[in-house]
Design a protein around this ligand. Structure first.
Ligand code: MLT
Length: 395
């Protein structure tokens, strides 16, 4: 027996597990300290009423013989796919129901989609980046080329024609930097991908946080994207589903490689390895896209936006450089006092009892930066802001 040798290319533990362990160790040593967690992007507001009611009804249906549901379609029930079709249509994107796959979240799909591609492909990944893109490719032994995202390019790198890639990861609004590609910038990526025959894996998990209507929410708003892109999205941050689990992936029917439909391959993969999202959860997801659901989830998003404004305001006052926070729940700041990402993490944890995410955990270009999330509750965020301000005095 031989193990997958590529696991040895990974760091010992996943970024957010490492942070959780560090925080748990500190808390154990200092049980009296009240730690505020603005690290992992986990929501704090409960599911909205429209979702809760829909799931209650679904539970009742499951408890009656005549409305019970066993296995559902692996790719999701039509009622969710129709709701999503309507959601995309609002921004002029026409989707066939077959192009939509309901899943248990974007993280799983972003990793699982790699089943479709040879491990001989070259992958282009911006740095800093959501660590799942890197780790899942390392696990498969795929060659990764990194593209620098930095202050100079506003953390929005554009294609470099001298680099030849087969698979390209883009995330906009970006995790971790909060930066957002404009329509023209995304068009440059679509043109580049089509020219080199690459597939763009577009992570749109934070699209609901866009407040500027001029910015694209879906890569399929860009001409030609259906021939070169797959889009991943999630209800985790949009509707508080981090613990409920539901996302969706759009694989266009027009997307082909070597004359083979990627939609067909993904359907084959999902029907073989996945049994679908629970019926009850899918009813909850459907409710997100009703008029009432949209109103309610946007109230929660506005609440998080206000948190972001509070954090941003404090950083401005302290003269700390940052980006994000406006069209994204993440604020990406430059560590004050020339501290490294992990040094700042330790100081924040031990002196202010606030947890954030060290930028270096997202790639080498993240060194010297730090990510805070706007997903805390209001009082904790206000308290964290005041502790940050006090800490900056001692820098
Ligand atoms: C993050 O904090 O980057 C996200 O919560 C991670 C995720 O969505 O898996």
């Amino acid at each position: 027996m031989k193990l997958n040798e590529h696991f040895s290319d990974l760091q010992d533990s996943y970024l957010f597990s490492t942070i959780a362990h560090k925080v748990a160790a500190y808390q154990q040593e200092h049980p009296e300290k009240e730690i505020i967690r603005l690290g992992i992007g986990d929501v704090t507001l409960p599911l909205c009423d429209a979702v809760v009611q829909a799931m209650h009804r679904a539970v009742d249906e499951m408890g009656r013989k005549e409305s019970f549901h066993g296995y559902g379609p692996e790719q999701g029930y039509d009622f969710v796919k129709e709701a999503l079709q309507g959601y995309y249509a609002k921004r002029g994107v026409v989707l066939d129901l077959q192009e939509i796959f309901v899943s248990d979240g974007a993280k799983s799909d972003v990793g699982n989609i790699l089943d479709l591609f040879s491990s001989e492909n070259t992958v282009l990944i911006p740095d800093p980046v959501y660590p799942v893109y890197v780790d899942t490719n390392l696990m498969a032994g795929r060659k990764i080329v990194y593209l620098d995202a930095n202050e100079q390019n506003g953390f929005l790198p554009l294609p470099d024609p001298s680099i030849k890639a087969d698979i390209i990861y883009l995330c906009s609004p970006n995790n971790p930097t909060g930066a957002v590609y404009s329509r023209d910038q995304l068009k440059a990526w679509v043109d580049y991908a089509r020219e080199c025959g690459a597939v763009i894996l577009f992570d749109a998990a934070y699209e609901a946080f866009l407040s500027d209507p001029a910015l694209p929410r879906s890569i399929f708003e860009i001409e030609g994207a259906k021939e070169c892109a797959i889009e991943f999205c999630s209800l985790s941050k949009t509707a508080g589903f981090t613990g409920t689990r539901c996302g969706y992936t759009v694989v266009p029917l027009a997307l082909e490689q070597e004359g083979v439909s990627l939609n067909k391959l993904w359907l084959r993969r999902q029907t073989t390895k996945f049994n679908g999202v629970p019926y009850i959860v899918q009813r909850g997801a459907e409710a997100v896209f009703t008029e009432q659901g949209q109103r309610q989830i946007h109230k929660a998003i506005d609440y998080y936006r206000e948190n972001a404004r509070m954090i941003a305001g404090a950083l401005r006052e302290m003269g700390i450089w940052f980006t994000g926070g406006e069209n994204s729940p993440y604020i990406w700041l430059k560590c004050p006092g020339g501290l490294s990402s992990w040094e700042y993490f330790d100081r924040l944890l031990t002196e202010a009892n606030v947890v954030g995410t060290p930028g270096a955990g997202f790639g080498k270009n993240g060194e010297g930066f730090f990510r805070l999330t706007a997903f805390g509750d209001r009082d904790s965020t206000a308290e964290a802001v005041s502790r940050l301000k006090k800490l900056s005095l001692s820098n």
